[in-house]
Design a protein around this ligand. Structure first.
Ligand SMILES: [Zn+2]
Length: 347
């Protein structure tokens, strides 16, 4: 044995423990990342279902007296392009069925069935070849009348513009806000939140007390999708689901109304489409055990909530969480920026 050999052997003996530690550490890391991959595959925890409502023309300001979220068309297009480069975009039912896939996947949904889903969103979806599901409020198909929330918004806007008018006085009385009323967008949103659980007849009564006449319900342009638009989109691969008949808050409805809202909207849509409809989005995202039981009993297989979260293998198919990209709130304007994308990428 030469000195060199001795030195070498001693050296190797000295290195061995640290090499061993390194090897063990590396193996642990590899195992951890493999486990992480397996866990991701098993739980499908990187899947997301996005909710959209309205898409508005570029350059049109966000209406602060409207609680329905909307994105400018350019922002919507940009967001979908980004989504496509980071997620595999699948039809909702397929994603719910195959959610154990390990690659990050997303589904795109729209609530309410607004006409701009056809005129503004659909061309973008077609251009980017992105599947989507539109949840339709069937009593509103082809309607020129928006929801009561938009009508209330017009009353607030009018009262802000003319605070001494009779209508402002009437609205003040209905709101019981005293002599120093606030008709700000914040007060409007708070009123919508307060009125949401009221029976629709009571909401109508309050609106008419505040001077709203049913003849004003009709807009110059159609608010919601027509039968022809629904059929054209369906021919091109867009899926349709129910958003009930009248957009009522389901958990507070008596059982006969609840089952009518769920069953009739499904039948209405099946009659239009000529295919089976098995998806629903609960209005306002509100559900209860009775609502879910009733949805299952009338034939729905996938139900969407507005609970913020990822789709995992543990998510109940009739209680799918979703994420709404709200990037243009009245406070910060249109903020489609890197921060928003980073936030979404975390999912
Ligand atoms: Zn809705």
């Amino acid at each position: 044995m030469t000195v060199g050999q001795v030195r070498g052997k001693v050296g190797l003996m000295c290195i061995r423990p640290s090499m061993k530690r390194l090897l063990i550490g590396t193996r642990r890391l590899l195992l951890a990342s493999r486990l992480d991959r397996l866990a991701r595959a098993a739980t499908g925890r990187r899947h997301i279902v996005l909710t959209f409502h309205r898409v508005r023309p570029d350059g049109e300001a966000l209406d602060s007296y409207d609680t329905c979220p909307s994105l400018p068309t350019g922002v919507f297009r940009c967001l979908l392009k980004w989504l496509k480069s980071h997620f595999e975009i699948l039809p909702l039912e397929e994603l719910v069925r195959t959610r154990s896939v390990s690659r990050p996947a997303a589904a795109v949904t729209f609530d309410d069935g607004w006409q701009d889903n056809f005129s503004l969103a659909y061309p973008v979806l077609r251009e980017l070849n992105i599947p989507a599901t539109v949840f339709v409020t069937t009593a509103k198909i082809g309607s020129y009348s928006p929801f009561w929330q938009q009508n209330l918004g017009k009353l607030f806007r009018g009262a802000t513009a003319e605070p001494t008018s009779n209508r402002a006085r009437d609205l003040r009385q209905v709101l019981a806000t005293g002599s120093n009323p606030s008709f700000t967008p914040e007060a409007y949103r708070a009123t919508v939140t307060k009125w949401k659980d009221l029976p629709i007849a009571e909401v109508d009564r309050r609106l008419s007390q505040a001077g709203w006449s049913p003849s004003e319900n009709s807009e110059a342009t159609r608010s919601f999708l027509s039968v022809d638009e629904i059929r054209e989109m369906a021919r091109e691969g867009i899926s349709f689901g129910s958003h009930t008949v009248n957009h009522l808050i389901l958990p507070v409805q008596p059982s006969d109304i609840l089952s009518r809202e769920l069953a009739n909207s499904r039948q209405d849509l099946e009659a239009i489409l000529g295919t089976s409809v098995t998806t629903i989005a609960y209005p306002n995202g509100d559900w209860s055990a009775d609502v879910v039981r009733c949805a299952a009993s009338v034939g729905y297989r996938v139900g969407c909530t507005t609970r913020h979260g990822r789709l995992t293998t543990r998510s109940a198919s009739l209680l799918i969480p979703r994420i709404e990209p709200e990037w243009d709130c009245p406070e910060c304007g249109d903020t489609f920026d890197a921060r928003s994308l980073e936030w979404l990428a975390k999912w």
